[in-house]
Design a protein around this ligand. Structure first.
Ligand code: FES
Ligand SMILES: [Fe+2]
Length: 350
């Protein structure tokens, strides 16, 4: 077995790190992780259009008898499925006396306000106006033109994904005291992976950053989000399974929109798998601090013979996938919050 972190397809996806490097002896990455490179990638991401679409949560969280609700930049919104199963939605306050529709049940596709029984089927009623909503099969989105103030688009820009029929999907949601850009900036710093998350990542090398020549000449090939340029980070990294047992892959990170970062495995085990991290501004909390939700969708795929079995085990695997995402995001949100605080005081470096 080799300790070369670069992915190589073999009979077994796993590799045993023979010469495990202690955390403190791994190569420092801070010289390569230039603040200007991360800031440049962030600036370009923020300039991309979103069509005013915001991710609200997982498609599976819109239940037959319960709506899914949330706030986007302080606006209460609620979505549910109508009698035909289509996603509908709009403002989260009842047009009668303002009761929270989030707490109201759905009966036969109609959202029935639990305060005085006003019934909404998704069409305009009594001053309540529906909002454009979109269910991409994994995530639900809502369009708020008054919040985004960009030219609206009929549908959100959904990143290319592996076919649903062959993917194991899981969605994690969390929130922190920060702005969406703090979340995106964190994801556009791939250099921190093995230092900050040694429980998940080892042997990490950024082989290509935006505006740089690939280290091995071929790094950027494959995958992509259709941005049509080389605005991506390409990373060789091993996912740590247990102890010295790792899965080496090549992955690329792109930001197809101002609040979305996509990691796509382009070589190694799970090629074609995608992790989408979406940041949605929730609005200020009671103390006026900005809150942002992170909704992360993992769409894992593999051409290995055992993968259909893994998909059948999805109900058992999803909690594990969500737990892994939750552990990473607990740390990353702490960083995003800190970045937000430093930025608010004008003390953010770079
Ligand atoms: S507040 Fe909803 S029906 Fe009265
Ligand atoms: Fe991280």
């Amino acid at each position: 077995m080799s300790t070369d972190p670069r992915p190589r397809r073999g009979r077994l996806p796993l590799r045993l790190r023979r010469h495990a490097v202690p955390w403190q002896h791994q190569r420092p990455t801070w010289r390569e992780a230039r603040p200007a490179v991360i800031a440049g990638a962030l600036e370009r991401a923020l300039a991309r259009p979103s069509g005013n679409w915001y991710v609200l949560g997982a498609s599976t969280d819109v239940r037959r008898t319960r709506p899914l609700s949330g706030t986007v930049a302080g606006e209460e919104v609620v979505v549910w499925r109508d009698a035909r199963g289509r996603l509908v939605g709009g403002p989260g306050a009842c047009p009668h006396l303002g009761a929270p529709l989030a707490d109201s049940p759905v009966r036969c596709g109609t959202l029935v306000c639990h305060w005085h029984g006003l019934a909404l089927d998704g069409a305009p009623f009594a001053g309540w106006q529906p909002l454009p909503v979109h269910d991409d099969g994994v995530l639900v989105w809502v369009r708020l033109d008054t919040v985004g103030e960009e030219p609206p688009t009929p549908a959100p820009f959904v990143p290319a994904r592996p076919p649903r029929a062959t993917a194991l999907t899981s969605v994690w949601r969390g929130a922190g005291d920060c702005e969406p850009e703090d979340v995106v900036a964190n994801r556009l710093d791939p250099w921190h992976g093995a230092w900050f998350h040694p429980y998940s990542f080892v042997d990490l090398t950024v082989v290509q950053a935006p505006g740089e020549t690939p280290r091995d000449g071929g790094a950027g090939a494959g995958g992509g989000d259709g941005d049509g340029d080389d605005d991506r980070f390409v990373v060789d990294v091993s996912f740590r399974l247990a102890g010295r047992l790792v899965v080496p892959v090549r992955a690329e990170f792109t930001a197809p929109g101002p609040r979305t970062v996509v990691m796509r495995i382009t070589d190694g085990e799970g090629t074609g798998s995608v992790v989408e991290s979406h940041a949605t501004p929730l609005g200020p909390d009671g103390s006026g601090r900005p809150r942002t939700a992170v909704v992360e969708a993992v769409l894992a795929t593999s051409d290995r013979p055992g993968f259909p079995l893994a998909r059948r085990l999805a109900p058992a695997l999803r909690p594990l996938m969500r737990a892994a995402a939750g552990r990473l995001w607990r740390d990353d949100l702490a960083y995003a919050e800190r970045r937000g605080h430093l930025r608010a005081r004008g003390r953010f470096p770079g």
